[in-house]
Design a protein around this ligand. Structure first.
Ligand code: ITT
Length: 191
């Protein structure tokens, strides 16, 4: 089965291909001729996830799935959450998002956080969503160079390393995305 992965995030592609790519053929947005930004205007992770997959299905008519993710920090009332990608505003990028998060966490005792992913699959026009979460804490400084996004400052519960210090395979075993993708695989293999 061929599925388009509706994302422009190379980190997500690498992680998901490691799990899905062995069983399914994954097409990129470029391969289906989609070169524009996908719309992401909703205020929930589920809403944005659905919006991205629906855009690809409605405009390109291919079976596809999307991934919308966010980091929910307890001491910041769930921020950055659905706004994780654009946290630092006009200057948002991975580095500036992390700098702002660490600044906003200064002096906070409770460093607990949750990573959340919602994958939306649209297959022959039918929609299904799969969720994955992982609990952890926000570190005080960056640790590690692997992974992407907030990985250097997120330490999953029960581990001494940040996500950015783990191999792709080890991160996938416990991550929000790994959990959601395994649910997707389970569904697809039953079809
Ligand atoms: P697409 O919408 O094209 O898929 P995106 O990067 O905009 O890519 P999101 O809208 O889901 O993705 O934004 C999620 C933000 O959270 C983004 O800044 C990511 O870098 C970050 N993020 C998502 N998953 C992550 C992970 O596993 N580890 C670290 N950061 C992650």
């Amino acid at each position: 089965m061929t599925l388009c992965f509706a994302t422009n995030n190379k980190g997500k592609i690498l992680e998901i291909k490691t799990i899905l790519g062995k069983k399914f053929e994954i097409q990129s947005l470029q391969e289906i001729g989609c070169h524009e930004e996908l719309p992401e205007t909703k205020d929930t992770i589920e809403g944005n996830s659905l919006q991205k997959a629906e855009y690809v299905w409605e405009n390109y008519g291919v079976n596809c799935f999307s991934d919308d993710s966010g980091l929910e920090v307890s001491a910041l009332n769930g921020a950055p959450g659905v706004y994780s990608a654009m946290y630092a505003g006009p200057t948002c990028d991975t580095k500036n998002n992390i700098v702002l998060l660490l600044k906003n966490m200064e002096g906070k005792e409770d460093r607990s956080a949750l990573f959340r992913t919602c994958i939306t699959l649209i297959i022959n026009g039918e929609m299904h969503q799969f969720e994955g979460t992982v609990k952890g804490k926000i570190l005080k400084t960056r640790q590690g160079e692997k992974g992407f996004g907030y990985d250097p400052i997120f330490q999953p519960e029960g581990f001494d390393n940040s996500f950015a210090e783990m191999t792709l395979e080890d991160k996938n075993k416990i991550s929000h995305r790994g959990t959601a993708v395994r649910k997707l695989v389970e569904y697809l293999t039953k079809l």
